[in-house]
Ligand binder design. Structure first.
Ligand SMILES: [Cu+2]
Length: 443
């Protein structure tokens, strides 16, 4: 089958709970615990589904560090109030299989001389299998995206930058994500009361660097635009080759990773050769169920194909809030330094407020010193940093469709503050307008 067709059919399968069950029979076929009673319970718990928040976490598994709640992307943590949402296909004492995903058709119009408009779809489908070995716990995760069906230069987003399309650095664009966003496993072993040791890794994973990636944060759930600071905070969420080891308690986590520094190339259907040439460390602290703060630091070996002589050092710190009643927020700071080169800093604040069962307000403010806006070496502004602030606000109307499928209809508007030196390139007051219909199961 054609690769695109195959990816599209995976997403279609996951858009239908009945078909998803069918699919899971095959994905998890080597373990004998495919109890149909349990499957039906997990997939058809309409009472839980109708509650909108889709919190299907298992209270029985909520023992300290082994809790499913508060788990972010890769091995990252989020506030314990943030549920790991999805549809349980299998849910018994030893095994749990969960699926979640979204297909997100979007139209965006980014105005001004550097703007563009485009209709496109973001997407992701996740399958997670958790097995309990009488205390030790194995979690295997696969996350797929159909975004490689997009053009190599992704979609327009003013002042966004990072990665490559058609051999050129992408500027005012967001790159599509790879077919394999994650193929990784984590083994958690309790070593003392309330403390466990873990190893996480795989051919495609996320090192212990930065906050949980934006598409996994409740504070960005209905925001259709990738952060323009993606390459300061969470761009390493798809890394080919990751090995992480750490210690975790209910309220804290310490971890270190070895991983491939080079970011994914523009051929997004393929799994690239893993390497362990870079490292990072991260400390996370959860003083209460509503809060999670992390600080992380790493060195990336030659992350950018278009700057093959440059390494990068990245420091990030972020605070994540979730009150457990529909309000979530993230604030972050990042400093990234090119070796050789300068340090460029970025700030991010974002929030999502599910005011009622149907109405959601969201927004994001970002401030970043970007020196990649003029990639042409002959341009007098080449390599010069420009500090830009993006203000974005949006609204979504959420509706439960059939079974666990939800839709969110909405839009956002973004305005920018920028130095006058950018007026001729970007126009005086460029605006980013985006509308969407987000179909999801789980989050
Ligand atoms: Cu990304």
């Amino acid at each position: 089958m054609d690769k695109r067709l195959r990816a599209a059919s995976i997403l279609l399968i996951l858009a239908s709970p009945a078909a998803a069950q069918e699919a899971m029979d095959h994905a998890a076929m080597d373990h004998g615990a495919m109890d149909h009673a349990a499957m039906d319970h997990g997939a058809m718990d309409h009472a839980a589904m109708d509650h909108g928040a889709m919190d299907m976490s298992m209270p029985g598994m909520d023992h300290g560090a082994m809790s499913m709640n508060g788990q972010g992307s890769g091995s990252s943590r989020l506030p314990r109030n943030e549920p790991m949402a999805g549809v349980h296909l299998v849910s018994n004492a030893d095994d749990m299989v969960m699926v979640a995903g979204y297909v997100w058709p979007i139209y965006t119009n980014q105005s001004g001389p550097r703007g563009d408009d485009k209709f496109y779809a973001q997407s992701a489908a996740m399958v997670m299998w958790m097995h309990d070995f009488g205390g030790a716990q194995l979690t295997a995760s696969a996350m797929l995206s159909a975004e490689p069906t997009m053009r190599h230069d992704g979609y327009p987003i003013l002042f966004g930058s990072g990665e490559v399309g058609y051999g050129q650095p992408l500027v005012d664009r967001q790159h599509p994500h790879d077919l394999f966003m994650e193929l990784a496993a984590k083994l958690n072993v309790p070593i003392a009361p309330g403390i466990s040791a873990f190893v996480y890794g795989g051919p495609v994973g996320e090192p212990a660097l930065g906050p949980s990636a934006f598409m996994h944060r409740a504070s960005a759930r209905y925001n259709p635009e990738a952060p323009i600071t993606h390459h300061w905070f969470d761009s390493t969420h798809i890394t080919y080759g990751v090995m992480t080891a750490g210690l975790a308690g209910k309220a804290w986590q310490l971890e270190a990773s070895a991983f491939r520094g080079r970011e994914p190339d523009e051929h997004r259907w393929a799994i690239e050769a893993p390497k362990l040439d870079s490292w990072s460390v991260r400390a996370s602290f959860a003083p209460s169920p509503a809060w999670l703060v992390q600080a992380s630091y790493g060195t990336l070996k030659q992350p950018e194909a278009t700057h093959p002589d440059e390494d990068e050092r990245r420091f990030t710190a972020s605070a994540h809030f979730n009150n457990g009643k529909g309000l979530s927020a993230t604030a972050g700071f990042s400093a990234k330094r090119r070796i050789p080169g300068e340090t460029r800093t970025a700030w991010l604040g974002e929030a999502n407020w599910n005011i009622t069962r149907h109405h959601t307000l969201f927004g994001r403010i970002e401030n970043v010193a970007n020196d990649e806006l003029f990639p042409d070496e002959d341009d007098p502004l080449h390599d010069q940093p420009f500090r830009v602030t993006k203000f974005q606000a949006g609204y979504a109307y959420r509706l439960a469709l059939k079974g666990p499928v939800q839709v969110a209809l909405g839009g956002s508007v973004a305005l920018f503050a920028k130095p006058a030196a950018l007026d001729s390139a970007y126009g005086k007051n460029p605006i980013g307008t985006t509308i969407f219909a987000r179909f999801s199961i789980g989050p």
